[in-house]
Design a protein around this ligand. Structure first.
Ligand SMILES: Nc1ncnc2c1ncn2[C@@H]1O[C@H](COP(=O)(O)OP(=O)(O)OP(=O)(O)O)[C@@H](O)[C@H]1O
Ligand SMILES: [Mg+2]
Length: 359
């Protein structure tokens, strides 16, 4: 058994690590704060502590990857789907399995293989000899938290069946629509697309994912800690044995989500989020900029991050902090730019540096 080393956020004082970019600053520019009279109630401490507890549970198995853990919480608060990318062996699967173990939600995991059929994901009609009728057998997509592991190893037809279910939150088989449970969140993992034997997800459908997270390789001291835990007997297949327990449920998430929806956004900050998205449309390096749907996604994720940070209003720094994970998969590089080594991250950095911030 290993000891949890997660020390930064158990206090419930909010997520210490940044989601992906600069953390929100303490200084709050006046222009972006709502007036005192309209101030909504502050995020409730007990709900934020419950979510900090989820982080602490995940930390019992996963070393580091703090920004990914925070971002997964943001996705749960937004009921949005996540694409998790990283080279093999950086704990993508372990991270999502740990998150599932820390929540009392129905979870299912599907390993996407080259021979997986759409019906293996959504469910299919099966013949019941007893009643001499066809009845629908639910596929693994009928769950609260679905881990779609290595989604880009399955051919497009099966990918499409999941992407449709994600978008519509229902499955239609034989003309009958069937609603998926609430909440329904898909966390899909994929290896970087240039790997052999992979089918890249259709770019036009990538924006069904609220966030795209890129898991980095660990720092040296983190990697030493991973090994230390293994040396002490940590077994990644036995998360219960590592002490992970469910510490939050659908009710906590629903109440937190209700508070997130009360988080205020001033007209100036809305304008800032829109300006950031619009600037991507004029970037000479991009053939496709962020759509208005992407702009609404940025609003949702910024709000959830403001709430997690203990604030009842969104600042431009919240928008900045969530811009990379929310927008990186919603832009398309021009071939020439790609050849010159330009990346989506680089373009977003340029955009964030050039768009005036409301004060
Ligand atoms: N940050 C980390 N914290 C704890 N364990 C880690 C970490 N990174 C790697 N490991 C170890 O490496 C193992 C491999 O992780 P996992 O199977 O989750 O990787 P993956 O990213 O899903 O790989 P693949 O792309 O091959 O599916 C884990 O079971 C764990 O033992
Ligand atoms: Mg994996």
């Amino acid at each position: 058994m290993t000891e949890p080393v997660y020390t930064r956020s158990e206090s419930g004082a909010g997520p210490a690590p940044r989601p992906d970019a600069a953390p929100p600053e303490a200084a709050e520019p006046r222009a972006v704060q709502p007036g005192a009279a309209s101030q909504p109630p502050a995020p409730s401490q007990s709900l934020r502590s419950a979510l900090a507890g989820v982080r602490a549970e995940v930390g019992k198995s996963v070393v580091g990857q703090d920004s990914a853990v925070t971002s997964l919480l943001i996705a749960l608060l937004c009921q949005g789907h996540v694409l998790l990318e990283g080279v093999p062996g950086v704990a993508k699967t372990l991270l999502v399995r740990s998150l599932a173990a820390a929540l009392s939600l129905d979870t299912k995991r599907v390993q996407f293989t080259p021979d997986l059929m759409p019906g293996d994901v959504t469910g299919s009609l099966v013949y019941d000899a007893g009643t001499a009728r066809f009845s629908f057998r639910e596929g693994p997509v009928f769950t609260n938290l679905m881990l779609a592991d290595e989604i880009n190893r399955t051919p497009p037809k099966t990918q499409a069946s999941l992407l449709e279910a994600m978008e519509e939150r229902q499955v239609s088989v034989d003309g009958t629509p069937r609603m998926l449970p609430d909440p329904f969140v898909v966390i899909a993992t994929q290896n970087p697309v240039e790997y052999e034997g992979t089918y890249p997800l259709p770019e036009a459908q990538l924006d069904r994912f609220l966030l795209k997270l890129v898991l980095p390789l660990p720092e040296r001291d983190e990697e030493v800690e991973v090994l230390a835990r293994h040396a002490a007997g940590f077994d990644p297949r036995d998360l219960r044995g590592a002490g992970l327990e469910p510490v939050a449920d659908a009710d906590v998430l629903a109440r937190a989500r209700a508070e997130v929806s009360q988080v205020q956004v001033s007209r100036e900050v809305l304008g800032y989020a829109v300006d950031v998205c619009r600037a991507t449309r004029y970037s000479p390096s991009l053939s496709l900029g962020v759509s208005p749907r992407g702009a609404t996604a940025l609003l949702r994720t910024s709000r959830a991050w403001a709430w997690l940070s203990g604030r009842s209003f969104v600042t431009p720094d919240d928008v900045k902090a969530l811009a990379h994970p929310t927008l990186r998969h919603r832009v398309q590089l021009r071939a020439e730019a790609e050849l010159e080594g330009v990346t989506a991250e680089g373009v977003l950095d340029t955009v964030l540096a050039s768009v005036p911030v409301p004060r």
